[in-house]
Design a protein around this ligand. Structure first.
Ligand SMILES: *[C@@H]1O[C@H](CO)[C@@H](O)[C@H](O)[C@H]1NC(C)=O
Ligand SMILES: *[C@@H]1O[C@H](CO)[C@@H](O)[C@H](O)[C@H]1NC(C)=O
Ligand SMILES: *[C@@H]1O[C@H](CO)[C@@H](O)[C@H](O)[C@H]1NC(C)=O
Length: 204
């Protein structure tokens, strides 16, 4: 089952790498040659990408939230599960040993046709509340909610994003995009609709 899904994903990803040679949007706004996009993606990396995890250095680059503020209509991310029936918190916790991780995650495919690369793989926090931290006898082994919530841990990776069109050729800009790599139990849950978490990161 999983093997079948993975094979599909590999084919899907390989397809997305070559797709730019045959632009689908014929006529109106074609992609520049893929080699040009690859060069642009690899350029200007004076600092190793790891530096851009630092909030102070992110100020100097175009992050996804800043890009979205001006070009929100060009951002169309879809998140698709890699495995069937793995997305729900309760389903995951039913797996023996699942309670050992207060913030379990699954892997998902992050797709955006307006981005190079179009396909990224990332983690998805499957539970909004941290699990198993406050066991109550009345609920037996059932996971119990905590006052803490699960928050994605991101790293920022450089991608190219379609910003517009110039003389029928798509214009791409460098954007530092958050990719979830894990989930941490650290975010105070909002109380009565008020945003009580000072750690909240503007991911999207
Ligand atoms: C957004 O992406 C979805 C799936 O990839 C697609 O069906 C939809 O048409 C897109 N919407 C826009 C406004 O581009
Ligand atoms: C990601 O996790 C959320 C819960 O935090 C869940 O609602 C959503 O369905 C998950 N998405 C996928 C694609 O698994
Ligand atoms: C949240 O709202 C409910 C109902 O309005 C109230 O009973 C409760 O005390 C509130 N909790 C907090 C922490 O303010």
């Amino acid at each position: 089952m999983i093997t079948v899904c993975l094979t599909g994903v590999v084919v899907f990803m390989a397809g997305s790498l070559t797709a730019h040679r045959h632009p689908r949007d014929t006529g109106l706004c074609n992609d520049p040659p893929i080699d040009e996009l690859k060069r642009k993606l690899a350029s200007n990396l004076d600092l190793n990408p790891s530096f851009y995890q630092h909030p102070q250095l992110q100020i100097n680059v175009l992050t996804l939230d800043k890009f979205e503020a001006t070009h929100g209509d060009m951002v169309n991310i879809s998140i698709n599960p890699m495995e069937a029936n793995s997305a729900s918190c309760s389903a995951l916790l039913a797996v023996p040993g699942g309670l050992l991780d207060p913030c379990p995650m699954t892997y998902v495919i992050n797709y955006d046709a307006n981005r190079v690369p179009r396909t990224l793989m990332e983690a998805n926090c499957t539970c909004s509340e941290c699990q198993g931290l406050t066991p109550t006898p009345t609920q037996g082994t059932r996971p119990t909610p905590s006052i803490l919530g699960c928050e994605p841990i991101n790293f920022y990776t450089k991608v190219l994003r379609k910003q517009g069109c110039n003389n029928h050729v798509a214009v791409y800009v460098e954007v530092w995009e958050p990719v979830t790599v894990g989930c941490a139990c650290r975010k105070p849950r909002p109380v009565n609709g008020t945003q009580s978490d000072s750690l909240h990161s503007s991911q999207h």
